[in-house]
Write a protein that binds this ligand. Structure first.
Ligand code: ATP
Length: 351
């Protein structure tokens, strides 16, 4: 890491009961979020859930109605953006078109009245860090989308902010470049130790890049955890559906246990009253077996290293399973399934 880009460490960042309304719509509904110094947190959720508003509240681009926004112990809710010690990258490339790459990167330093010679050195180091040292004199229109986002990243980091805010920075890029730049953002973030908040609606991207993922819904965080925790233990149907695939299996809650097709599983999370429920179960937690739940194959598709097969159970519910690609169920085949998981976390009351 170039020394000129080093931060002492990332800042601790906290949202406390932050409310933001637009007219009568509560875009942020008393949201709470605590981010550790140097942590990489993704805000994940469907369109309109308030991800961008949360990021803009952190940045100061949006002033909030109430609540605290705390950076390293200081409430910055009333502090303007340029005094918050943050760097930002947006979805649209937003480079100044009349400036070269290096002039774009230098811009923030110029605003901070850093001397010209130091400006140049630091901007060169920042461009080097994002792999664009050779492109310093190019204008935006002479750079690919991925290169423009690299310049935008260098521009955000050159002022040595202690928090980096990224709003869907990869959405406009094609699939391959997306993955490359995603990995590179993570590498640079780890090297610099900068606290990072990354907004995305793409669950795969969030799981791949973040230390923790906050799943947002209706202006609040529905669940926050490591990618592994969210995937293995989604605590609500919304999270189970939004992160990865889930089967919805009709079941009953009996003495606090989830019972489906004669199989009893532990209920994780909030206890519920006994009665009919829908259990959310991952495809890989259902397996083909020699005996068990009887089902009929209705579709099967090859996914490379594995195959995904859809079956219909006796109660007409549809279940998706994953298995070795060399097992090839035919349409109409009768197969048997077993549930592998000993526990279920996400369930919904069935009326
Ligand atoms: P997207 O991925 O579509 O941007 P998001 O999760 O980032 O979604 P926000 O942009 O934060 O969602 O918007 C949250 C809600 O607040 C939406 O209903 C949106 O229409 C509304 N909203 C956001 N900005 C404004 C604004 N300036 N004026 C009025 N309503 C707004």
């Amino acid at each position: 890491v170039p020394t000129s880009l080093g931060t002492d460490r990332g800042a601790a960042v906290e949202l406390e009961a932050v409310v933001k309304t637009f007219g009568t719509h509560r875009a942020l509904n008393a949201i709470d979020l605590t981010i550790k110094p140097g942590e990489f947190v993704a805000l994940l959720g469907p369109s309109g859930c308030g991800k961008t508003t949360a990021l803009r509240a952190l940045s100061g681009l949006e002033l909030v109605d109430s609540g605290r926004i705390v950076i390293d112990g200081v409430d910055v809710a009333a502090v303007p953006t340029n005094k918050r010690d943050i760097g930002m990258v947006f979805q649209s490339y937003s480079l100044f078109p009349h400036m070269t790459a290096i002039e774009n990167v230098e811009f923030g330093l110029r605003m901070r009245r850093v001397a010209a010679s130091e400006r140049r050195t630091r901007a060169e180091e920042a461009l080097d860090m994002v792999g664009l040292a050779a492109f310093a004199e190019r204008f935006a229109h002479q750079l690919s989308g991925g290169q423009q986002q690299r310049v935008a990243l260098a521009r955000a980091l050159v002022t040595r902010p202690r928090v980096l805010l990224l709003d869907e920075p990869l959405s406009a890029l094609d699939a391959k470049v997306r993955v490359q730049l995603r990995d590179e953002i993570r590498r640079i973030q780890t090297e610099l130790g900068i606290t990072t908040v990354f907004v995305t609606h793409d669950q795969e991207e969030a799981l791949a890049v973040a230390d923790r993922v906050a799943v947002m819904r209706d202006g609040a965080i529905e669940q926050i955890g490591t990618p592994e925790e969210l995937y293995a233990t989604p605590l609500t149907p919304f999270v189970a559906d939004f992160v990865g695939l889930s089967n919805r299996i009709p079941a009953d809650l009996v003495d606090g246990k989830v019972v489906a097709h004669g199989i009893s599983m532990r209920l994780l999370g909030e206890p519920m009253d006994d009665g009919p429920i829908t259990a959310y179960i991952r495809p890989e937690d259902v397996a083909l077996a020699n005996a068990g739940i009887r089902a009929t194959v209705v579709a099967s598709s090859f996914l490379g290293s594995l195959r995904r097969t859809q079956v219909v159970l006796g109660d007409d519910s549809r279940v998706s399973i994953q298995h070795d690609a060399d097992v090839r169920p035919q349409l109409g085949d009768v197969v048997f399934l077993k549930l592998k998981g000993a526990a279920v976390s996400a369930v919904r009351r069935t009326s």
